[in-house]
Design a protein around this ligand. Structure first.
Ligand SMILES: C[S@@+](CC[C@H](N)C(=O)[O-])C[C@H]1O[C@@H](n2cnc3c(N)ncnc32)[C@H](O)[C@@H]1O
Length: 251
């Protein structure tokens, strides 16, 4: 990549961070999952393509060929201009975000569960919740409030699993017509059999818990049991415990 090419790449990555139709993928695992789950990749760059191909040989042979064919070498200085906190694997990509289907999903029947994060604050929690939702086989992840579940930090936290299931924002929890199960440390102990099929599982923000709109719309308010003295679980671990509690109970 010559200096003109480097400037053009830097401008594209900069613009992509402000573009709600694009995603910036930082590091090997986001790029791997994007390829595995059929993302449309627009650009893949690496400081040492050979090193990335060797990683793919070891960790993701299923996507190695496609990854290697798309890799464009850049020098370390150019890479640092694209990705302000460069990942150890020094590979990054631009991809198109899939169309946002969340408003339609939460207002029509489906297999569930859908995870609803009500005004989360920390992108690391948003990413970890998306990662476990993908792993546990949830139908989708919806987010209200200002946090963007496609922010590069959330993509890093989710290892790029935004591409494995529908993930997007909702203007308000009022758009949900499916039954809502509110997760709240002060709720009744969770009985997996009482959770309706296709439910939206709602989790509150790290500091203030569930907003009053979601709490009022919920058909159930349930707690994950905790040892006395513990106030609450971290948001992402609550999502993990709930999804796997339900999944294991379903057999
Ligand atoms: C860190 S907690 C919020 C704590 C907040 N001070 C409160 O009282 O709800 C973030 C979210 O995780 C979920 N959560 C955490 N611990 C839980 C538990 N034991 N049972 C059910 N939900 C829990 C809830 O949805 C909560 O809103």
């Amino acid at each position: 990549v010559d200096s003109v090419g480097a400037n053009e790449l830097a401008a594209r990555f900069r613009a992509a961070r402000e573009d709600a139709t694009l995603a910036v993928l930082e590091g090997f695992h986001p790029v791997k999952h994007a390829l595995r789950f059929g993302a449309e990749l627009l650009e893949v760059v690496a400081v040492d393509p050979g090193e990335v191909a060797a990683l793919a040989d070891r960790l993701a042979p299923d996507v190695r060929e496609e990854l290697e064919a798309r890799l464009r070498p850049v020098d370390a200085e150019t890479f640092a201009a694209l990705i302000p906190t460069p990942p150890a694997t020094r590979v990054a990509a631009l991809a198109r975000r899939p169309a946002d289907e969340l408003a339609r999903l939460v207002s029509s029947p489906g297999p569930g569960p859908i995870v609803l994060l009500d005004a989360p604050r920390h992108l690391g929690n948003v990413g970890a919740a998306i990662r476990v939702a993908a792993a546990a086989g949830a139908e989708a992840v919806a987010v209200t409030g200002p946090a963007d579940p496609w922010h590069p930090a959330a993509i890093r936290g989710a290892a790029g699993l935004q591409f494995a299931l529908p993930v997007g924002r909702l203007e308000s929890a009022g758009q949900v017509t499916r039954p809502i199960v509110a997760f709240d440390p002060a709720g009744d102990p969770l009985d997996p059999e009482a959770v309706p099929p296709g439910a939206v599982l709602a989790f509150g923000s790290e500091r203030t818990g569930l907003g009053s709109g979601v709490a009022a719309a919920a058909t159930l308010r349930v707690a994950l049991p905790m040892r006395p003295g513990v106030s609450s679980l971290n948001l992402a671990t609550a999502v993990a415990a709930a999804l796997y509690g339900l999944r294991l109970a379903a057999g």
